[in-house]
Design a protein. Structure first.
Length: 267
């Protein structure tokens, strides 16, 4: 069984300075380098496309410099426009990390200059999207996980604790903040698939945020379905994902107070 996790907002709650690392992203046809140092973020051109090279951009030219804040999700700083005639000009932008740490989206009001005089004559809305390509962090190494023999527990809280624990073991030692959440979410999906558990097991991984402590220990927070039980008759109950009956789960012949469970693949 396979389940693709949806794109979710990745939130890193890190309360102390953390060592940084570089990663490669794409932006409008150019290859970019993100330099992460504690809460400082600098994005420079690694391989600029021909169109910006003609405007004076070269490898190492800074496109964005600023910080991350609001629980390490919000990007705030200065982006730059380049002109062979008029030179570089900066403008304020804000944005955030999205899609499990694979996308940075920023926007701001970019200045519009007269091409003959270089005088700013107005502004226009400008969007900057950066798509993750690779990190200087070493590749994630997954331990041997036997199909159907990992995290095979039916209690939702115990199952969540199990997959989070394995995810943190797999991602231990990651140093770049954005890389940590990418690793953790990918590890959870691998553990979930290896567990071969269904029902609420997959639904609980849809949590919209990932929080990480100063020690780099991550967990899922917020959102997702609220597993509950519905009584069918005097002896039978059915587990539900929120208000939607989960058809992968069979009727559970047990007291309603005991029916909260993860449904295994065989059910």
């Amino acid at each position: 069984m396979s389940r693709a996790l949806p794109s979710v907002l990745a939130v890193l709650l890190l309360t102390t300075a953390t060592a940084g690392a570089d990663s490669i992203w794409t932006h409008s046809g150019s290859e970019m380098r993100l330099r992460a140092r504690s809460d400082r973020r600098t994005i420079v051109y690694e391989v600029p496309r021909a169109g910006v090279v003609s405007q004076g951009v070269e490898r190492g030219t800074v496109l964005f410099e600023g910080t991350v804040s609001d629980n390490w999700i919000k990007y705030t700083g200065t982006a730059y426009l380049f002109s062979a005639r008029c030179g570089r000009i900066g403008y304020a932008v804000t944005g955030q990390l999205e899609d499990d740490g694979k996308l940075i989206v920023m926007s701001g009001m970019a200045p519009v200059r007269d091409p003959s005089t270089c005088v700013v004559k107005g502004t226009r809305s400008d969007n900057l999207n950066f798509v993750f390509v690779r990190s200087d962090e070493p590749p994630v190494k997954f331990p041997p996980l036997k199909e159907g023999a990992v995290c095979t527990v039916e209690d939702p809280d115990e199952y969540k604790a199990c997959v989070e624990g394995l995810g943190n073991q797999i991602c231990k030692g990651r140093t770049e903040l954005e890389d940590l959440v990418r690793c953790f979410r990918a590890a959870l999906l691998v553990v979930y698939e290896k567990s071969q558990m269904g029902g609420v097991a997959g639904a609980m991984l849809d949590a919209p945020s990932t929080t990480c402590t100063a020690d780099g220990v991550c967990s899922l927070q917020g959102g997702g379905p609220s597993p509950s039980c519905v009584r069918l008759d005097a002896k039978r109950v059915r587990e539900c994902d929120g208000n939607i009956v989960n058809e992968r789960c069979v009727d559970v012949a047990c007291p309603i107070r005991e029916c909260r469970k993860v449904c295994s693949k065989g059910q």
